[in-house]
Design a protein around this ligand. Structure first.
Ligand code: TXA
Ligand code: MG
Length: 315
């Protein structure tokens, strides 16, 4: 059967080799991670970084996350830090991104980190991307594989929807398990969460045994400023829609099954709800609804990350 998505590849020896070859040549590919799909390029190559910013239409002031296989591969790019080492041991590979001081000798191109003195690094936990990172002698700069400010993709088909054939290789890794982007923690000063995720601030506090900084973020995470994670239709939070022509995102078992109701988790599991969030918003948009209403989601654990994304999408 002819695959209409000629750029979506299942992961096997052949596509693995093709991907490595493309990355070594400075080309951009889309890879699955446990959080969302990413748009990957050689972090040591100016040409690759330019391509990523252009493809995503990403403003140059918004730095990228640099992805590594393991700690050893980071040594030349970062300044080590005791909190980082503790969290690395506990949570990595996994959905956690660290903001650290960038090493003066780092080969990560300056524009990848938006000319900052800091660098965001992550160790994704997905068999396919780990096999790729392991063999490369450079790390991968990898933002979420969506056009800037739209919804992050959680399947290879979502990536296709964003970029069509502009990305030549999309590795199909099924649906991303976590379903929302990694937690971002700034460790350059007293620890501070810049982007909530599935690894909660409580889990991190338990591991570090320190209190977090209360400082107001002075634009520490440039990407968190504007409207973001948007399905491109209005979102109204904490309210029921006035009629059935609007979509209603619900949570928990007290809601009926109705054509315009979309339940993030019938069993009221916030982790499951997070995993279903982007998928559900994309589906609603495709079905042609003109507005999305969302019921109140408990603001604890993964609910904090869900509410963060919903609030930004509703701006
Ligand atoms: O789960 C994830 O983190 C996904 C997958 C593909 O790994 N990646 C991802 O990348 O979400 P992106 O580019 O969509 O989001 C990166 C976030 C942005 O909000 C950016 O501003 C912030 O990390 N960031 C990157 N470098 C930073 C730095 N040096 N200081 C502060 N924030 C930084
Ligand atoms: Mg993103």
């Amino acid at each position: 059967m002819k695959n209409i998505y000629s750029n979506i590849y299942s992961f096997n020896k052949k596509s693995y080799k093709k991907t490595i070859k493309a990355l070594k040549k400075g080309n951009i590919v889309s890879l699955p991670t446990e959080t969302v799909y990413g748009l990957a390029g050689n972090a040591y190559s100016q040409k690759s970084i330019n391509k990523i910013f252009n493809l995503k239409k990403r403003p140059s002031y918004n730095p990228l996350i640099i992805h590594y296989h393991d700690l050893k591969k980071t040594y030349n790019d970062i300044v080590l830090n005791k909190y980082f080492l503790k969290l690395y041991k506990k949570f990595c590979p996994g959905p956690l991104t660290f903001i650290l001081k960038k090493n003066k000798n780092s080969r990560v191109v300056s524009s990848a980190t938006a000319n900052l003195r800091t660098i965001a690094i992550r160790f994704p936990n997905n068999r396919k991307i780990r096999a790729i990172l392991k063999i490369l002698d450079f790390p991968l700069a990898m933002p979420s594989a969506n056009i800037s400010s739209s919804l992050s993709p959680v399947t290879a088909y979502d990536v296709y929807e964003e970029f069509k054939n502009k990305v030549k290789i999309i590795i199909n890794g099924g649906k991303s398990k976590v379903g929302i982007e990694s937690t971002v923690i700034d460790l350059t000063e007293k620890p501070k969460i810049l982007r909530p995720g599935i690894i909660s601030s409580q889990q991190i506090k338990n591991c570090l045994k320190v209190n977090f900084s209360k400082r107001k973020s002075k634009i520490k995470s440039p990407g968190m400023l504007k409207k973001h994670y948007s399905p491109g239709i209005p979102i109204i939070l904490g309210k029921k829609p006035s009629n059935d022509n609007y979509a209603f995102i619900v949570y928990g078992k007290k809601f009926k099954n109705k054509k315009n109701y979309f339940n993030l988790s019938k069993k009221a599991d916030l982790t499951e709800a997070a995993a279903n969030l982007y998928k559900t918003m994309r589906k609603i948009k495709k079905l042609g609804f003109k507005k999305i209403f969302v019921t109140k989601i408990p603001n604890i654990g993964a609910g904090i990350a869900i509410n963060d994304r919903l609030t930004r999408a509703s701006r």
